[in-house]
Design a protein around this ligand. Structure first.
Ligand code: FES
Length: 98
């Protein structure tokens, strides 16, 4: 039987870093690795490490709107996100977390 546990994080920030190498639109075209790095830096700066986890992920099926950032369990979606949006995204997450 599978072991199910409660997530240790209040939020998980998923950054699509899928890269199709220019063959078709993908979030890596918008430098989503850099966005991921800036989001992680914001989390560390605000001492949210341990509560919030930033993870790269594969395609979310919303490529035309990318680069995409999704936050769960808050179900917030940030399309066309760039590294310059990292501060604003984490500001909003902090508001959601209360
Ligand atoms: S490549 Fe990022 S959502 Fe599809």
């Amino acid at each position: 039987m599978v072991d199910e546990q409660k997530s240790p994080f209040d939020s998980h920030v998923f950054v699509c870093t899928n890269d199709r190498g220019g063959r078709a639109k993908s979030c890596a075209d918008g430098n989503s690795q850099q966005t991921r790095a800036r989001l992680k830096a914001e989390i560390n700066k605000r001492d949210l490490k341990g509560r919030v986890r930033v993870s790269q992920c594969g395609c979310m099926g919303l490529c035309d709107k990318g680069p995409n950032v999704m936050i769960y369990p808050q179900k917030s979606w940030f399309p066309a996100a760039t590294s310059e949006d990292a501060k604003d995204i984490i500001d909003r997450l902090e508001t959601m977390l209360g």
